[in-house]
Write a protein that binds this ligand. Structure first.
Ligand SMILES: Nc1ncnc2c1ncn2[C@@H]1O[C@H](COP(=O)(O)OP(=O)(O)O)[C@@H](O)[C@H]1O
Ligand SMILES: Cc1ncc(COP(=O)(O)O)c(C=O)c1O
Ligand SMILES: [Mg+2]
Length: 284
């Protein structure tokens, strides 16, 4: 398994950002080095939270300190998510450049967290622009939801065909691999939700039942698991099948618990040993 530097938010209560991503990756055997961009009490979906954004200079200092341990040659991927302040993007880009200088085969996996179709944009208004113009162009893998994919590519993808076309536009911007989450094409079977992975000349679509709720952090877990599995096998269909199986199991358990936060520790067996009950279909 691999070593991943994960630059994301931390929350004390509940599970989003690194507080959603780190444990699942560790449970797969990944060596994770978390770097925090905020230290909040809870995710912003509650409407109220306490605790600091971490200043860009402080985030940069943490990264420089890691570099000074001569550690970057071992890093297989940098993963980034929720950025907090609008200066974090530059810090991430710089970290990616330094890691790639030490290990040219390392990849940068960017989850372009902006919002979703239901809540709209929930980050500082500068961040989507920064992601589109500066950050996504240097990424190798991006994991937008369908709404974020639309913003990045100036499109409004709805059908599978639209979504594939938007993915092609996103790949022209830089990233060679795109995982689109929460694909809600109008002609899907009722009460389903899909994910689309495009990698090399292949595109794979996978469908699960839609559970009637929205929980924060599902995208963070998805990006983390997909990055870890893709590094491990190099195969998009395999990474997609493993990721969707674990994410669905976590969400099902969370829904059944009646709680508002992802039941990650409780679902660790399904993370470590996905049941693989959903089979991706090749759509290109
Ligand atoms: N209500 C749901 N029912 C079933 N699966 C879901 C649900 N919400 C999220 N997922 C799964 O989690 C994945 C990532 O969640 P998503 O909501 O797209 O992330 P984000 O929080 O970044 O918007 C989705 O592609 C889907 O597979
Ligand atoms: C601090 C923080 N990090 C990350 C996220 C990302 O959550 P999601 O996976 O739901 O997009 C959120 C969303 O509320 C957040 O408040
Ligand atoms: Mg997300």
């Amino acid at each position: 398994m691999s070593t991943i530097v994960s630059i994301q938010s931390a929350v004390a209560y509940g599970h989003v950002g690194n507080s959603a991503a780190v444990f699942p990756m560790q449970r797969l055997g990944v060596e994770v080095w978390p770097v925090y961009t905020v230290n909040f009490s809870n995710h912003t979906g509650y409407g109220a939270w306490k605790g600091p954004l971490i200043a860009a200079d402080d985030v940069r200092a943490v990264i420089t300190g890691m570099e000074e341990r001569d550690a970057f040659g071992e890093v297989d991927a940098v993963l980034s998510g929720y950025q907090g302040g609008n200066e974090i993007g530059g810090v991430i880009i710089d970290a990616v450049a330094r890691v790639k200088a030490a290990n040219p085969s390392a990849i940068y996996a960017c989850d372009p967290v902006m919002g979703n179709a239901k809540s709209g944009c929930f980050v500082h208004p500068d961040i989507p622009i920064l992601l589109r113009e500066k950050v996504v162009p240097v990424a190798d893998l991006i994991t937008p939801n369908q709404f974020e994919l639309g913003f990045l590519t100036h499109t409004e993808p709805e059908t599978l065909e639209d979504t594939l076309a938007s993915v092609d536009k996103a790949r022209e911007m830089g990233p060679s691999t795109v995982l689109v989450t929460s694909v809600l094409r109008p002609d899907r079977p009722e009460d389903t939700i899909e994910m689309l992975a495009v990698h090399g000349d292949e595109a794979w679509l996978v469908q699960t039942p839609h559970i009637p709720f929205k929980v924060n952090g599902s995208g963070d877990v998805t990006a983390a698991l997909f990055t870890a599995h893709l590094l491990d096998s190099g195969r998009a269909d395999d990474a997609l099948a493993r990721t969707v199986s674990s994410v669905y199991a976590v969400l099902k358990r969370t829904f059944e618990s009646g709680r508002r936060e992802l039941q990650l520790v409780q679902s660790q067996e399904e993370i470590a040993h996905p049941a693989m009950e959903f089979t991706p279909e090749r759509v290109r």
